[in-house]
Design a binder for this molecule. Structure first.
Ligand code: ATP
Length: 919
């Protein structure tokens, strides 16, 4: 229960401190209202409308008590807000009525992922009720009170700020604009997954141009802008003030009315731009504040980008985002300073990369372009552009694609663009937000047993497919089970959903279904998943496309060819397929989507034969978004004002076989690693389309650790030739190798379809080992299929000594980079990590134990700490030698508003509601 220490004015409704006697807003004497005896109330009122069973009281505000309740009809958890009329004074009744109606009107008409949905409202003699989406979380005020000093780390505050900006942008761009008027930590709720909701639209108002002042002074002391004290009309800038006060309170841990509110005296050192922005947002004179929330958002994004950039070494491509200012993160936050919004690649396994590289090579794309698929950051236009939205006929977005051949089957889809289309047309239980946090999509809420073996998902109300037929838990169960079908060629569930109980038997063909075993459907709105291993990252695995919904009736009718008939109404996402010719895929909004509806009236993906042609189509205005800018065009495109790049979760590395001499010696592996100047590769060969790294968990993964160091103990990525030489000598001594001429032959194997840049890179590696260590490394080219076969069997065949390869994340979790690749018995541990004869094997097994422990540690902070510790050990052990992480390089026309691509290279499904074409 939330402690109530605020006293609401009976005259004007403003929130005052409990001990105050005079209202800060209207100056009237405050009346100390009587608390409602909730226990008594809970005992007498248990069922409302014969439908809502009150479970618990979760919060209390000025006029209302909020209950967690069960909707017995839909079997879902909802929030029931109860306003008790009896005992209210006449003025309070007027205010409460006003608040109630406004909250219903706004709640029902506004659709934004950060605004809880209003499902129903009703009343009895003494009460009014609002039934709304239940937010399983706490207010930011409650949350920060639990943290040391009441302070949140900078990266988290920025993530919150950007989310609040997003919803304020939405509110301010309504016609007429809606001013929230009460932004404060008490009115922002945060879920465990870090998702933000604005609650309490009760005092929001529509802006009336020409009105000089508000009829009522409303807001909360300290957070309300000066003009809210009745002197002027509230405008968008009033919300900017309150947001500034909120961010300052979160960063400093101090309430705005605390004696000292200047941030300079707090033990927090902020990026200079952030201090400046906060000072502007908090200007007393509204005219001195930023002119729009969009401009605040843009500046916060630049600060965010600056943080991300300051964690990487400089790169030569002129960055499209404004330059970053180096800053100091206080030591308390250093371990958690992940870049909050880094884009990500949606390719999974090595084999996938192999197939994709082969295909792109055939299509004339350099293999490097494969790794530059869609991703990005928010694109904004000026306020005036943002508010004048052209009609639906002009809301068309044309996107260049490199390949649309892949069947749009969620269970098998692997290319980024097909995956993007699948994410727009097939919903899953959960989906990823832009900052890699998870939110419910088909699932309204979920819970798990304390050990994390059984997950119960409660679905959204009244879900439908795009043909209007109901979508129930049985459809989701069918889709998950089908994804596990061993008959599916190239299914990805065998990795991603392997821990659903019975999945192993299903793959082995020993059982025909896991429904009834690992997947249960107690009713149409509830789905239960039981796990064979209580992996803490289970929800992340559900963000993979293979966990999205397919329509059984369509598959029954057309078999594997069902993907040719997707336009027959099988969509469950924000868009549905109108046409799919493999040359062009046209999507239009799905009116039956449960969530916020897209503003775009059409999205067309057109396949171009090569990157040059698609870039030309962009230059001539045929398409507005190209996301596969290859290295060959990077120089040209980077001079374009609309060129963007941001890190994605794809890395290139060199693997050394621990089972084969000389790499069974750790010192020799370390010598080979430190001999390489990774900076030069990214700067000169990769031309800034990549950045050098020592990390195994890449930047942008929620568990990435900026404090991770290279194996020589520092963060430089330029190599360490002296230490490399010394380690080589020590390693040779240990192995009894008297001189370089008796050094075992070393062969670096690579795939035949490597691009020119990749070959240059291989030659560069060869030259560095020669110059620094005096060792001649042979380069060996292999046909693609043979190469990946060798890599997959490196564990057993011992026939590949050293190879260069890339890895892209399947889902945003450290386990994808650690346990999956180096864990004991992991199918993807093709390196025989821990299971080899080298002297390092016992230490490797210790790391494997830590990883196994991390996988099932339910406390997120502890889990991250375990992975980060293991990562440092893997780096020191040269589990593999990371060379660089990819940037996503793309161009997007400035008139495309709101396009934000998340770190997996995807546009989050509910984001489509906020993307549109401006004039
Ligand atoms: N949709 C929701 N899901 C879960 N908890 C909620 C929800 N809405 C509100 N709460 C909880 O109930 C508390 C009171 O809600 P709210 O602030 O909307 O009430 P109010 O009377 O309108 O408040 P105020 O007095 O600030 O106007 C919140 O602080 C929060 O803890």
């Amino acid at each position: 229960m939330k402690p109530v220490n605020i006293l609401y004015c009976a005259n004007c409704g403003a929130a005052n401190h409990e001990q105050d006697t005079i209202c800060f807003a209207c100056g009237k004497t405050l009346v100390h209202a009587q608390d409602i005896d909730e226990q008594e109330q809970m005992q007498t009122i248990v069922l409302l409308e014969n439908r809502y069973r009150l479970i618990d009281s979760v919060g209390k505000g000025g006029f209302a008590t909020v209950y967690k309740a069960e909707d017995l009809r839909s079997k879902t958890i909802v929030a029931v807000k109860e306003i008790t009329l009896k005992d209210l004074k006449p003025q309070e009744i007027i205010d409460a009525t006003d608040t109630y109606h406004r909250e219903i009107r706004f709640g029902e008409s506004l659709k934004h992922p950060a605004l809880p949905r209003v499902y129903a409202h009703f009343m009895d003699q003494d009460h009014w009720y609002i039934v709304a989406q239940f937010i399983d979380g706490q207010t930011l005020e409650e949350y920060r009170q639990q943290l040391p000093g009441g302070q949140l780390p900078l990266d988290e505050v920025l993530s919150i700020a950007l989310q609040v900006c997003d919803v304020l942008t939405y509110l301010h761009s309504r016609q007429p604009p809606i001013i929230f008027r009460d932004i404060k930590p008490d009115n922002i709720m945060r879920t465990r997954a870090g998702r933000i909701y604005l609650i309490d639209l009760g005092i929001a108002r529509q802006f009336r141009p020409g009105q000089r002042r508000d009829t009522q002074a409303l807001g909360s002391p300290g957070y309300a802008a000066p003009e809210q004290y009745g002197s002027d009309q509230t405008t968008e800038r009033s919300d900017i003030y309150s947001l500034g006060a909120t961010l300052q309170a979160l960063l400093t841990g101090r309430d705005p009315l605390d004696e000292d509110t200047t941030i300079t005296r707090k033990p927090v050192v902020l990026p200079e731009e952030l201090s400046e922005l906060l000072a502007e947002m908090l200007a007393r004179d509204p005219a001195q504040r930023p002119s729009s929330i969009i401009s605040v958002q843009r500046r916060l994004e630049q600060i965010n980008t600056g943080i991300a950039s300051s964690q990487a070494s400089p790169i030569p491509v002129p960055p499209p985002a404004p330059a970053s200012t180096p800053y100091y993160i206080p030591s308390t936050t250093a371990g958690s300073g992940n870049p909050p919004t880094a884009p990500k690649q949606r390719f999974g396994r090595l084999q996938v990369i192999a197939i994709a590289i082969a295909l792109l090579a055939v299509l004339g794309f350099g293999s490097d372009s494969l790794l530059n698929y869609i991703s990005g950051r928010t694109h904004h236009v000026s306020r005036s552009q943002a508010t004048s939205i052209p009609p639906a006929s002009q809301q068309v977005l044309n996107i260049a694609a490199s390949n649309l051949d892949e069947p749009l089957d969620p269970a098998t889809v692997q290319y980024t663009q097909s995956t993007q289309i699948v994410s727009m047309t097939s919903a899953g239980l959960v989906s990823l937000e832009n900052d890699m946090r998870i939110h419910g999509q088909l699932a309204l809420s979920w819970e798990t047993d304390p050990q994390g073996y059984t997950w119960t998902f409660h679905l959204q109300h009244g879900l439908k497919f795009s043909d209007g037929s109901p979508l129930t838990s049985k459809d989701i169960a069918y889709s998950l089970d089908r994804a596990l079908d061993p008959a599916l060629k190239d299914g990805t569930a065998m990795y991603n959903l392997q821990y659903i109980q019975g999945a192993d038997q299903r793959f082995a063909g020993k059982v025909k279904t896991v429904i009834g075993q690992g997947i249960l459907t107690p009713d149409d709105d509830t789905l239960v998943i039981k796990l064979s291993k209580n992996i803490a990252y289970f929800l992340d695995t559900l963000t993979c496309p293979c966990a999205s919904v397919v329509k059984k009736a369509l598959i029954d009718k057309y078999g594997q060819n069902f993907t040719d008939h997707l336009s027959e109404g099988s969509s469950s996402g924000p868009f549905k397929i109108e046409r799919n010719t493999k040359q062009q895929v046209d999507l239009i909004p799905n009116p039956d989507y449960y969530g916020p509806h897209p503003k775009l009236s059409r999205i067309s993906f057109t396949a171009y034969t090569d990157a040059e042609t698609s870039y030309h189509a962009y230059q001539t205005g045929q398409v507005s978004f190209v996301n596969n800018i290859p290295l060959s065009l990077a120089d040209t495109a980077s001079r374009d004002q609309t060129f963007y790049r941001s890190p994605q979760l794809t890395m290139t590395y060199v693997a050394m076989n621990y089972q084969i001499k000389p790499f069974d010696n750790i010192k020799i592996r370390q010598a080979f690693a430190l001999a390489i100047d990774k900076d030069l590769i990214s700067q000169t060969i990769r031309k800034g389309t990549t950045f050098p790294t020592n990390h195994i968990i890449p930047r942008g993964d929620p568990s990435a650790n900026p404090a991770t160091v290279g194996l020589d103990g520092n963060q430089s990525t330029a190599g360490n030739p002296e230490q490399a030489k010394q380690l080589l000598q020590e390693g040779m001594d240990e192995e009894g190798i008297a001189a370089i001429k008796s050094f075992p032959t070393v062969t670096l194997t690579y795939s035949q379809n490597s691009s020119i840049a990749s070959r240059e890179e291989l030659a560069f590696l060869q030259a560095q080992w020669k110059t620094t260590l005096g060792i001649s490394v042979k380069l060996q080219e292999m046909p693609v299929g043979t190469f990946y076969n060798l890599v997959d069997n490196a564990k057993d065949a011992r026939n590949i000594q050293m190879w260069r390869i890339s890895w892209a994340a399947d889902y945003p979790d450290a386990s994808d980079w650690t346990t999956l690749q180096f864990g004991q018995n992991s199918a993807q541990n093709t390196y025989a990590y821990g299971q080899n004869q080298s002297k390092a094997a016992p230490d490797q097994q210790v790391i494997q134990k830590t990883l196994a422990q991390a996988d099932v540690t339910q406390d997120q902070q502890q889990r991250v700490a375990l992975y980060q510790g293991a990562e440092q050990n893997l780096i020191n052990d040269v589990a593999w030698l990371p060379l660089y992480q990819f940037y996503d390089c793309y161009v997007v026309k400035p008139n495309i508003y709101g396009l934000t691509v998340n770190a997996m290279g995807m546009i989050s499904p509910d984001d489509w509601a906020n993307i549109y074409v401006t004039q």
